[in-house]
Design a protein around this ligand. Structure first.
Ligand code: GTP
Ligand code: SPV
Ligand code: MN
Length: 590
């Protein structure tokens, strides 16, 4: 009998014949292997040792200054039929894309080591997990994949059992932005990435596999692969509700996943459990509820802004055994970024720090760390069955109009809320920052197929027997006339989550408005928070005229998906638009 690994061996041989490495290394994921890789990278300068007294096991990596974020304009989804990729993706014909990439890969590993990384996305024994193999010439990628996935021998054993895995081929190449492509072949379960060593472009298990390829697979298999955090909220009675939240890149997923309750809540006995901070795979269980796993094993989190005030859990998590990418360094060789006390002496490019050159740490500088080091890491995060999801939240950076929180009246309305999501762009991708764009379900850069089909897939989960989560939309980023955030955010967001959970449990009445249900007067607990009455009123106001304009824009946006847009989603948009035309009490808190 031929082994299921034959196809893997065959592929590895084919890739080696094309890239012509000096050596092939099969990664086993062991500590010995990791230590050897680190030593090698310290010697080559790929890693710089940080202060081992204050930050044991911590290293700094400086990427090429032109390679600091995902490159959405160079990211392609190559389906046989162009229409299947949708207007939300860049497309190339598969044959053309293979030819283009193989020309770049030709001989690209000469004189170097080719690493073969078997990995599992999700707990190794979970039926919801999926495996892949990444081939790369970057030891930095290997070190990061070891932290971000279950890499090595157990994954290889599962691949041998299942025979099916996602093939990812990566080479750092010359780091020339003109010769950089991140290419997906969802129908072949394969990825080719050339010319970038950065995060989402190069750690192929993450956005390429766990979102673009997985979303495509999930559609045909009846599940969801989403750009969502997963957090457990335990009340003083010891009951835990799990919530999944889709916020666009650099919009607060890591922060919410590691939330520290305000003092009053802590005294009452509320606790928060981190299950995931970036990606969520969900599937309907036998009881009709959605069960979720975090396919990742680590965090690749935004460094700037991470502080004892904003995210003490993250700060504690990254106090040891962490790889920092593109942060600044202090005089005593500690990692530094904007938001931390102290002063930097060296910026992210290794130059003496000069404010005239911009921030000391790159705005998209990141830390890579094992999730196990997080003080609030949930034991349920390793549960093969996943956690049941009680509520789904959507949210983005909306400086105006969008209230602090609103609840969808049913699943269809919730899908509309997700589809209509907008947010100001951030430094997580190259391009302009602070521009409002639609980012449906926070998946604009990650949905591996036509958004119209994706919305239809979401709607299709609402079938007899389904016990779907309640859907909410939140906005932590509403600004006042002075340009400052109206809502304090961070730990205080638990107040909003408590209301949501009360709604799930049928313990809060809410106020119905045309755009959804908002907290009724007094339902948001604000004890211990100095929030002026007028600010709260502003956060919970429904501006009818503004919303009419918004609904019109949402309608136009939905129409851009053409005939694949599900008719009932457009009808839902019309229902809300019509409800807004009926004069009503303008504000929940008037
Ligand atoms: P990716 O890893 O890029 O997918 O992003 P993420 O969603 O995990 O981003 P993260 O949590 O690291 O977001 C960081 C940014 O959001 C920082 O600029 C934070 O200051 C800001 N942020 C997070 N939570 C809040 C909040 O409640 N209020 C406000 N105003 N800002 C917040
Ligand atoms: C994001 O940009 O949403 C990230 C970072 O989480 S990356 O892995 O680079 O995609
Ligand atoms: Mn992300």
């Amino acid at each position: 009998m031929t082994s299921k690994l034959d196809s893997l061996d065959q592929w590895v041989n084919d890739v080696a014949a094309m890239t012509r490495p000096a050596k092939i290394h099969w990664c086993d994921g062991s500590d010995t292997e990791y230590r050897a890789l680190v030593q090698q990278m310290l010697q080559s300068g790929d890693l710089i040792e940080l202060n081992q007294q204050t930050h044991p096991g911590c290293y700094l990596h400086r990427s090429s200054p032109s390679d600091v974020a995902r490159v959405e304009h160079l990211t392609f989804v190559c389906t046989k039929d162009e229409a299947d990729a949708g207007p939300n993706n860049h497309w190339m014909a598969p044959a053309e894309a293979h030819a283009k990439m193989d020309a770049l890969f030709d001989g690209c590993m000469e004189g170097r080591t080719m690493y073969v990384i078997p990995y599992c996305m999700g707990p190794i024994d979970s039926p919801l997990s999926r495996c892949g193999v990444e081939i790369t010439d970057s030891p930095y990628v290997v070190a990061n994949m070891r932290t971000m996935t279950r890499m090595g021998a157990p994954a290889l054993a599962r691949i041998e059992r299942e025979g099916r895995f996602v093939k990812g081929l990566h080479s750092t190449g010359e780091l020339d932005p003109e010769r950089r492509f991140i290419i997906h072949f969802p129908e072949e379960l394969s990825i080719k990435s050339y010319g970038s060593g950065y995060g989402g472009n190069a750690l192929l298990g993450k956005k390429c596999h766990a979102l673009r390829i997985a979303s495509h697979q999930a559609r045909s298999e009846g599940w969801l692969a989403e750009h969502m955090l997963i957090v457990g909220i335990e009340n003083p009675q010891g009951e835990t509700h799990y919530v999944a939240a889709a916020f666009p890149s650099a919009c607060g997923k890591t922060n919410l996943a590691m939330l520290i309750p305000p003092e009053g809540y802590r005294k009452e006995g509320w606790r928060v459990w981190t299950v995931g901070d970036d990606i969520c795979w969900m599937r309907p269980g036998a009881d009709g509820r959605l069960y979720a796993i975090n396919p990742e094993a680590g965090f690749f989190g935004v460094a700037p802004g991470t502080s004892t005030l904003s995210n003490p859990n993250a700060l504690q998590t990254i106090s040891r055994d962490t790889i920092f990418t593109n942060v600044a360094v202090t005089a005593d060789n500690q990692p530094w970024w904007e938001g931390l006390p102290g002063t930097p002496v060296t910026d992210w490019q290794g130059r003496p720090y000069d404010p005239a050159n911009g921030p000391a740490a790159h705005p998209n500088s990141r830390f890579t760390v094992s999730a196990k080091q997080c003080p609030t890491w949930s034991p349920k995060a390793e549960d093969a069955q996943g956690v049941p999801i009680s509520a789904i939240m959507f949210g983005g950076r909306r400086p105006s109009l969008l209230p602090l929180v609103m609840e969808a009246r049913d699943w269809t309305h919730g899908v509309l809320m997700g589809a209509a999501m907008g947010s100001e762009t951030t430094a997580a991708a190259t391009g302009a920052v602070g521009v409002l764009r639609r980012d449906s379900m926070a998946m604009k850069p990650f949905c591996g197929y036509h958004y119209g089909d994706y919305f239809a897939h979401w709607l299709s989960l609402d079938k007899p027997g389904a016990k779907l989560p309640k859907v909410f939309h939140v906005n932590w980023f509403r600004k006042g006339k002075d340009g400052k955030f109206l809502w304090p955010g961070f730990g205080e967001n638990l107040r909003v989550l408590e209301w949501m959970i009360a709604r799930v449990e049928g313990k809060a009445g809410g106020v119905e408005t045309p755009i959804g249900t908002l907290p009724a007067h007094g339902e948001l607990k604000l004890e211990g928070l100095e929030l002026p009455r007028e600010t709260l009123a502003e956060l919970l106001t429904v501006d009818h005229a503004g919303w009419q304009t918004e609904l019109h824009a949402i309608g136009e946006y939905l129409d851009s998906f053409g005939t694949r847009l599900p008719a009932n989603l457009r009808q839902e948009q019309q229902r809300v638009a019509q409800a807004l035309e009926t004069p009503r009490k303008a504000a929940a808190h008037a």
